[in-house]
Design a protein around this ligand. Structure first.
Ligand code: HEC
Length: 130
């Protein structure tokens, strides 16, 4: 029966396509306990309402994927604790700030927020600089 062959082919194509799409999905290793607590701080304070990670999230504030390398952790702590005219202050404990910075450093090591057009491959993926 030719229908079975078509089904088998479609099944194999699906598996191969899925493997192809996810094969390079390296998130930089598994997160440790501090990073996980930092993610809880990030979520509990709804930072994503205004900020993006990996380009996803609210657009009131800037993307924070690379903020640790671009600005450093003292800058992040100051913004979160004191806020600005446009960003509300978030009075966190020192421990929560440490966890939050660890989470953002982990995100930073795992991807890039601002992808230059020159790095975008025709398949829609992007090539990291060597
Ligand atoms: C109500 C929206 C809002 C929320 C909620 C918010 N932010 Fe912001 N954030 C902003 C805006 C707007 C800016 C830009 C502020 C400015 O330039 O005055 C900003 C700036 C920052 C910056 C500086 C970025 C840079 O490139 O200099 C950091 C770091 C930051 N926010 C972290 C956080 C974290 C962490 C949280 C959650 C605890 C958070 N923000 C919650 C709106 C927000």
């Amino acid at each position: 029966m030719w229908q079975r062959k078509v089904l088998a082919f479609l099944g194999a194509a699906f598996v191969a396509g899925t493997w192809f799409a996810y094969r390079g999905a390296d998130t930089g290793g598994s997160a440790d306990a501090q990073v996980r607590r930092g993610m809880d701080v990030w979520q509990a304070n709804n930072c994503v309402a205004c900020h993006q990670l990996y380009g996803l999230g609210g657009y009131m504030g800037p993307d924070l994927t690379d903020v640790i390398t671009m600005r450093g952790d003292a800058h992040v702590r100051a913004f979160v604790q004191h806020g600005t005219q446009r960003m509300p202050a978030h009075p966190l404990t020192e421990a929560e700030l440490d966890d939050l910075v660890a989470f953002l450093a982990w995100v930073d090591a795992s991807g890039q927020g601002r992808v230059p057009d020159s790095a975008v491959h025709w398949t829609g993926t992007f090539i990291l600089e060597p």
